[in-house]
Structure formats: C-alpha cells, structure tokens
Design a binder for this molecule. Structure first.
Ligand code: NAD
Ligand code: UFG
Length: 335
C-alpha cells in the first residue's frame, strides 16, 4: 500500500515510518514545526528505504490536493498535531486550529479523492478523570481539562459523525497511553524543545546532566508508593500497533474502530526512576515536589480489545524503554 503519514517526521510518526517501510511505500507531509528534516535521512539509515517528503502545513488544502493527485494514496495515518498540554492552555486557538481544522481539511481532500481509510492518533487523555482502572474503550470519555485533550475528544466526535453520515469510511482511532523510549539504533527518538514537561524526557536530561534534579509531582496519591501511575509503552510497540490497525482497515471494507494502545501495566514515577537507574547504571537525582495541577493518580489501559481484534500486543519491557530512551540521547550527543 502507499500510505500518507502526516506528521511523519515527529516522534511517533518517524518510528511508524520505519515499520511501514518494511512492506509499504510511504509519503510524509510535515511542516517541521516540531521535527527536523534530517529525520528523513535517519529513517533511510535504519531501513535502507526512502520516504517521499512534502514539507508543508496540513491546513493547506491545495497542497493536500496536490499530494493526493500526484501520489496514489491508499490510506492515511494522521499524526500531525501540537501535543503540549501546558502550552495548549495558553494557546487554545492555535491548538484547536492545528489539531482540528487541519483534520477537517484532510477529510475533505480524502473524500474528494475517494480515499477513506484513516488511522487517527488519539490519546488516553480523552478519558478525562477515569472512574476506575484499567480503562476500556467503552468507558466514558469527556471531562478533559485542557484544549489539547479537548481537541482529541472533538476530532474523535467528528470522525464518529463522519462515519455515521457515510459508512463507507474505514477509520481506526488509536488511543495511546504514555509513549516513551526510542528506536534501538539510537538514530530516532523524542526531542522535546526546551525544558521537558513529560517524565521520561526529563529523567533523560537529569541523567545526562542537562538538568539538575527531577521533581516528582506528589507522593501522596492513593497508589502503591504515593506517586502517579501510568501505562508507559515503548514507541516501537506503538508504531507496530499502527501497522496492525492498517491491516484491519485493509481487511474490513468499512467501519469505525477504537483501540487502546498500552501495555496494561501501571508503573509509578519511582518505578520508572529505579528502572532507569538500574538498566543504565546511572543516578537520577530527584526530590518530592507538590502535585502537578490537573494530574490524575492512576491511568492504565485494558489492551484486550487490540489483542483480540488486531492481534497486537506490546512486547517491550520497562527496562527496554528506559535503555532505549537514554541510548538515543547518548547517541545524539556523539553525532
Ligand atoms: P511530535 O510533535 O513529535 O510529532 C508531530 C509531527 O507533526 C511533527 O513532526 C510536527 O512537525 C508535525 N506537524 C504538526 N502540525 C502540523 C501541521 N499542521 N502540518 C504538518 N505537520 C505538522 O508528536 P508525537 O509525540 O509524535 O505525536 C504524534 C501524534 O500522537 C499527535 O497527534 C499527538 O497528539 C498524539 N499523541 C501523542 C502522545 C505522546 O505522548 N507523544 C500521546 C497521545 C497522543
Ligand atoms: N511527572 C513527574 N515529574 C515530571 C514529569 C512528570 O513526577 O517532571 C509525573 C506526573 O505527575 C505523572 C507521570 O510522571 O504522574 C507521567 O507524567 P507525563 O507528563 O509524562 O505524562 P501524563 O500522563 O501526564 O500525560 C501524557 C501526555 C498527554 C497525554 C497523556 C495520556 O503528556 O499528552 O499522557 O496519554 F494526554
């Protein structure tokens, strides 16, 4: 198949391109707002294969139209979005424009060219404050606390309405839990701008002496050690989930499917710190700090549906995630 990957030079997109190139042709649209063009060469180094890259904004209908006219696209994986929760609170218009308006343009052009297979990057954030864990796809969604989360919830609704209006669409909504780690080559990985807001990128910077000390946000949650519990998933496992979702769409003529992509295992902040220290043989300075506003105590998936319907299951361990996350930074500094 020939797949259009929007946001394909980003963190999850680049790992997905690597997996896709095993059996597919890949066309990427990326505006480099949160990635670098050199990622294209890294993907080639890993796979020996080229992607076709269009640099531009997904909001640009003429550009999308040109891509669908020039390439014979069979399906789209849409990663292009802004993703920083804190920033979204300060820039709601930018977030809603980039995360929702772009999708509306994409859907319009897909329809025009009669391409109706779409995999969409959603997030566990759509579950808001969960009533219980593990979380199933049928559990309630809503109650998001920031424009980023709300943008994902809205796009999910748009896709449901679209399918309702025309059930020849074939759509997979993937709700990621907490992607971390990097490709084992150390050539691609996560590169947040400035001071990282997320746990693993912060730990990596403390370990590599770029930041002094990790603040553990709260140790009085009702969890095993009082720190927040999340479902961390290796980005390569996550990328493979997209291949399985595409296979499902190829097999089914139409439908709207929603899957959690997680491991089903909850690890606390301190579990992650300890695993990171052990596997990389390095100390991570940390201190206990107040809770971060908006955080929930526990969030982990029930990944049974993806296992049963897609034949997909995460295989990498927390040690793999910690090792590969650090390896990426060590390798980037060598280059
Ligand atoms: P990322 O920022 O690394 O990648 C996004 C890519 O999209 C970047 O290369 C960026 O340059 C590009 N992009 C953004 N807006 C664009 C536009 N208008 N036109 C063209 N390109 C554009 O983010 P990521 O972590 O790889 O996330 C990918 C997707 O997964 C996003 O939709 C994100 O919301 C979702 N998601 C991420 C996480 C996570 O923790 N990383 C969790 C749940 C969901
Ligand atoms: N944490 C710290 N110190 C830090 C950063 C994080 O203690 O410096 C803690 C948090 O309090 C939380 C855990 O580490 O308990 C994970 O926090 P992250 O910020 O890494 O991840 P979140 O679960 O808060 O959010 C992530 C993404 C969201 C997404 C959500 C669900 O950032 O975009 O997962 O998929 F919506």
């Amino acid at each position: 198949m020939k797949i259009l990957v929007t946001g394909g030079l980003g963190y999850i997109g680049s790992h997905t391109c690597v997996e896709l190139l095993k059996d597919n042709e890949v066309v990427v649209l990326d505006n480099l707002s949160n990635s670098k063009e050199e990622v294209k060469d890294k993907i080639k180094q890993i796979t020996g294969k080229d992607i076709k890259l269009y640099i531009g904004n997904m909001i640009d209908e003429n550009l999308l139209d040109k891509i669908f006219t020039e390439e014979k696209i069979d399906a789209v994986i849409d990663f292009a979005a802004y993703k920083a929760v804190g920033e979204s609170v300060k820039k709601p218009v930018e977030y809603y424009t980039n995360n929702i308006s772009t999708v509306l343009v994409l859907l319009k052009v897909m329809k025009k060219h009669d391409v109706k297979k779409l995999v969409f990057s959603s997030s566990a954030t759509v579950y808001g404050q969960p009533d219980h864990v593990p979380i199933k796809e049928t559990d309630k969604t809503g109650g998001t606390t920031n424009p980023y989360g709300t943008s994902k919830l809205f796009v999910e609704q748009i896709l449901k309405d679209l399918y309702q209006s025309d059930n020849s669409w074939d759509i997979a909504i993937l709700r990621y839990f907490n992607p971390i780690g990097a490709h084992e080559s150390g050539l691609i990985g996560e590169e947040p701008n400035g001071i990282p807001a997320n746990l693993m990128p912060y730990i990596v910077k403390v370990a590599s002496n770029e930041l002094e000390c990790l603040s553990v946000f709260g140790n009085d949650y009702p969890t095993k050690d009082g720190t927040g519990v999340r479902d961390y998933i290796h980005v390569v496992d996550l990328a493979k989930g997209h291949i399985k979702a595409l296979e499902k769409l190829e097999k089914e003529q139409s439908g709207l499917y929603i899957y959690n992509l997680g491991t089903g295992i909850g690890y606390s902040v301190l579990d992650i710190v300890k695993a990171f220290e052990k596997v990389n043989n390095i100390k991570v300075n940390y201190k206990i700090a107040p809770r971060r506003p908006g955080d929930i105590a526990e969030c982990y998936s029930d990944p049974t549906k993806a296992k049963e319907e897609l034949g997909w299951q995460a295989t990498k361990t927390i040690e793999d995630m910690c090792k590969d996350a650090y390896n990426y930074i060590v390798k980037s500094k060598e280059n």
